[in-house]
Design a protein around this ligand. Structure first.
Ligand code: TXA
Ligand code: MG
Length: 342
């Protein structure tokens, strides 16, 4: 049975008042939880950057409840953007467009563009409608860390610092929205998500994927992002069990995220089978990484995901997590077994 997730009138009133007072409100979306602020309230926006520890040059997504308000945020809506909005909103797609004049620079990171999305989660919709304006919201995690897919993850990240957390249960999709820029007559994929490249191309024809110097800044696209604290490596399927055996034989406790159960028996191992279906894998990916991060392991090994485009978003996040760890632990002489890729 599908759980119907709605906020009570009291929860909703509390959240709306908090937003009007310039306080942050964490809320569920179908992708991940967002840390929301009144998009027209500079002090509230500043608080979001402070809480996350995120540089103010990194822009935020404006959430609205209906595409008809898009022109309040974008001064121009190219035909491709209108088609994408029509097809995928409400849903896990963010459009980057030329910004309207009054959009605050803390929202845009000082750029001439703005990112907008209409989320489909019923509680996000309720909140946006009751608030009656745009809510700027990054994912509700500390900068560079794993995005939250449950209310309890948000509480783990921020504790009492975020007083209002709307609990809408598990996020249905589990990975952040697909981001597409519609600028200068071009359509460019900036971040893969559950709306795939071929789904986009069915609607607008050719979509660029090459990141160029002109590409708008996407901090989620810094190589180092979405990372657990434990060093994480992505290991090819045929090497996985061998690496687990090598490490555990050397006395290293490992956490494994695979797409199947272990074939062998290993001591000192927390093995999670994320499954072979891309939707389920994405749904649970961040929760699994959090579990492994708390399992007292010295290393996390993740089995490489298939090349099929339905896995693109998971591929992207896992490789960023691995890159983040590589950067962070570059000077460590941590417990790395010989022959294991860093
Ligand atoms: O699914 C999602 O998109 C979630 C939920 C809460 O909506 N939000 C999310 O926000 O992932 P955040 O801030 O963690 O990632 C938003 C990404 C960032 O990488 C940011 O740089 C990019 O969107 N972005 C925002 N405004 C932009 C702009 N004007 N140009 C290019 N990228 C932009
Ligand atoms: Mg984020």
């Amino acid at each position: 049975m599908v759980r119907v997730v709605r906020a009570t009138p009291v929860e909703l009133a509390t959240a709306v008042q908090a937003l009007r007072d310039g306080e942050p409100v964490a809320f569920p979306t179908e992708t991940v939880y967002g840390l929301g602020a009144h998009a027209g309230y500079p002090a509230a926006l500043r608080r979001i950057f402070e809480l996350k520890g995120r540089p103010t040059t990194h822009p935020l997504i404006v959430h609205i409840d209906n595409a008809r308000y898009l022109t309040r945020w974008a001064r121009e809506v190219p035909e491709a953007a209108a088609k994408l909005a029509e097809r995928f909103w409400p849903g896990p797609l963010t459009l980057v467009l030329p910004r309207a004049e009054n959009v605050h620079r803390l929202v845009t990171g000082g750029q001439d563009t703005v990112a907008v999305r209409v989320p489909s989660h019923p509680m996000a919709q309720q909140l946006l409608t009751a608030f009656g304006g745009g809510i700027a919201a990054p994912s509700a995690n500390r900068y560079g860390r794993i995005s939250p897919t449950r209310a309890e993850h948000v509480r783990e990240e921020f504790g009492a610092e975020v007083r209002v957390v709307l609990d809408g249960g598990d996020c249905k999709l589990g990975l952040e929205s697909t981001i597409v820029a519609c600028l200068d007559g071009q359509v460019q994929l900036l971040r893969p998500g559950s709306v795939t490249l071929s789904q986009l191309e069915q609607v607008v024809g050719e979509v660029q994927t090459q990141i160029s110097a002109q590409t708008p800044r996407v901090p989620g696209s810094d190589a180092a992002h979405y990372a657990p604290l434990t060093p994480l490596s992505v290991i090819s399927s045929d090497q996985l069990e061998q690496q687990v055996a090598l490490l555990t034989d050397a006395g290293v406790r490992v956490g494994v995220l695979a797409q199947h159960p272990p074939l062998g028996t290993y001591r000192l191992t927390t093995w999670i089978n994320g499954g072979a279906r891309p939707e389920n894998y994405a749904h649970d990916l961040y929760a699994h990484l959090r579990t492994l991060d708390k399992a007292g392991c010295a290393r996390i090994l993740v089995q490489e995901v298939p090349g099929d485009e339905r896995w693109d978003a998971a591929y992207d996040r896992l490789h960023r997590a691995a890159a983040a760890n590589a950067a962070e632990h570059a000077d460590d002489n941590g417990p790395v077994a010989v022959g294991v890729p860093g």
